[in-house]
Design a protein around this ligand. Sequence first.
Ligand code: TXA
Ligand code: MG
Length: 314
Amino acid sequence: MLRAGGLVAFPTETVYGLGADASNPEAVRKIFEVKGRPATHPVIVHVADAVQAATWAREIPEAARRLAQRFWPGPLTIILKRAAAAGDLVTGGQDTVALRAPSHPVAQQLLARFGGGIAAPSANRHGRVSATTAEHVRREFGAAVDCVLDGGEARIGIESTIVDLSGGQAVLLRPGWITGGQIEAALGTPLAARDTDAPRAPGTLAAHYAPQTPLVLAEGDLALELAVSLKRQGKRAAVLALSTRQPPLEGLVWVAAPPDADGYAHALYASLRRLDEAGCDVIIVERPPQSPEWAAINDRLARAAAGSPAPDEI
Ligand code: TXA
Ligand code: MG
């Protein structure tokens, strides 16, 4: 199907990908159509290994070799200067290309047998919650996808860490399961983080990874108070809880998240889908800790909440 220019969704260790032959512009165009993704958004080219990656990048700096050696196959995407093979659709017309060798055995076998690069964004409609099961992908796209390879639940559950090595210094573009600290340790140099310390005003973040129901983040006790006050106004709340115990409130939709960062990430998107499907007026997410191992989770939650009203406006 890939060789025929079709769309093949496949499991990776992070989330499911919506794949097409990266060297076939017509096939890649279908990804954008089906996702409803703007043509200027570049997609990751998935490769079997660092040897294959060399086809797509015109320069492989020492830092890239190190990171690939240390973290591939695995949940790390590296941005490099593109080679001619990386067309305008894959790169969004930029001079760079994103490369990742996933470790999921099904993805590995698919890439090895296909022999080429597979362009794949996360298998969800643009701006929505990523898919962590084959069932999510089928529900999201139906017959618009030619084939969904079912590899079970994605182990990690949130998208890969993205590091830009196309310029002079390494920049963290998207936090992930591999932390900034691990990248720095492998590189032996500090990472230039992009905007992670800057204050985040609601609405200034590109809304992404978002359910359809408005989502607000609230500190532990506030999450409960908010649910109670919504109830008084005749509204229904769905809560993704971390530490607080379920209150005896009728009609409250309640999902208890695993207390550790790995477990939380693994369950996050399936939980958000469940809470969204409950059709409540608002999803309240109890804010997780701010320590480094929660960075990727807090990043996704902040984006999911961007564009939703502030707690006191509900
Ligand atoms: O874990 C993952 O990375 C999953 C699995 C399927 O591999 N893929 C994924 O793809 O999350 P996507 O398209 O949903 O997110 C990729 C991000 C986008 O924000 C895109 O803008 C960015 O990577 N990106 C892709 N190519 C880029 C480039 N050349 N320069 C800068 N950013 C790029
Ligand atoms: Mg995505």
